[in-house]
Write a protein that binds this ligand. Sequence first.
Ligand SMILES: NC(=O)c1ccc[n+]([C@@H]2O[C@H](COP(=O)([O-])OP(=O)(O)OC[C@H]3O[C@@H](n4cnc5c(N)ncnc54)[C@H](O)[C@@H]3O)[C@@H](O)[C@H]2O)c1
Length: 326
Amino acid sequence: MTILVTGVAGFIGYHVAEALLDRGEEVIGVDIVNDYYDVKLKEARLDRLVNKSKYSFHKVDIACHKATAEVVSKYERIDRIIHLAAQAGVRYSLINPDAYLRSNLMGHATILEIARHLPKCRHMVYASSSSVYGMNTKLPFSVNDRTDAPSSLYAATKKADELMSYCYSHLYGLPQTGLRFFTVYGPWGRPDMAMYIFCKKISAGEPIPVFNNGDMARDFTYIDDIVRGVIATLYNPPSGSHDTAPHRLLNIGNHKAEPLMRMIELIEIALGKKADIDFKSMQPGDIKESFADIDSIFDLTGFKPETTIEVGIPKFVDWFKEYEGI
Ligand SMILES: NC(=O)c1ccc[n+]([C@@H]2O[C@H](COP(=O)([O-])OP(=O)(O)OC[C@H]3O[C@@H](n4cnc5c(N)ncnc54)[C@H](O)[C@@H]3O)[C@@H](O)[C@H]2O)c1
């Protein structure tokens, strides 16, 4: 297979690309390598891919259709796409909405147009998010639940991506799967996410801000489980039928809502240092709890998460200490 991976310098993109290359697949990676968070971390991830065979990388802005199409035109053999490039993060969407409109709306539209014109593209797997469940209170979140009350612009752009994708599957028969990721963590993770921020502040002896007075829960999903789920999904394109578009949405999570305070406790144990907790009220755009119903992805691919936070958090902390030189 020849797979276009967008967002390859990002946390999930890097891991997925590495696993595909290790399986002997060809990967064409693209990323703008923007400075939403430390570029050095993105470059360090890219450095780990650069010497692998059947890998090529192009620095390009997917919001620019012409530049992206020019890159992709060299690889008409692409038969799968994993589209992960996006402006991620709920809170930053209140600060810089333009970044979300460009990367998540224009960028997604670009990749759809490119996929539609690629002669051999048999499946596009793209990143959606658990945040599309917005203000829903019924748990666990199921792909059959309504998703029309997003609580942030980030969530609204991800919901828009799902709608655009459905439309392209319907109009052009492009097989697609949207994966709603639930709080992904692990080595080479994102410095803007709570787990990394907490590790950094606790190590430095600084207080950690804990929102909603700690009364939050997240379905933390370990990166190795995510990679297995993304690849299993990639190999299983939806077929559609005469009256349905070949498009589907799947949750990919750990199927466990873990209390935020338990996450902090595990970090403290792994770091060997107590946290100084600064309790704060709920932040705008945030949700109290996430919890994935993963029956659909299990039925389609046999996906089952294998990593508890008791195992995954120490692995993340070990990597964090090495990377940060602590
Ligand atoms: N990590 C999570 O917990 C999580 C949860 C839900 C959804 N997601 C989604 O999964 C995908 C991957 O997330 P991640 O955690 O790896 O994020 P990330 O920020 O580490 O990776 C995203 C990558 O996309 C690139 N990018 C952004 N805009 C671009 C553009 N216009 N052109 C080209 N490249 C661009 C960035 O440079 C970055 O390297 C994103 O779509 C994100 O919204 C992630």
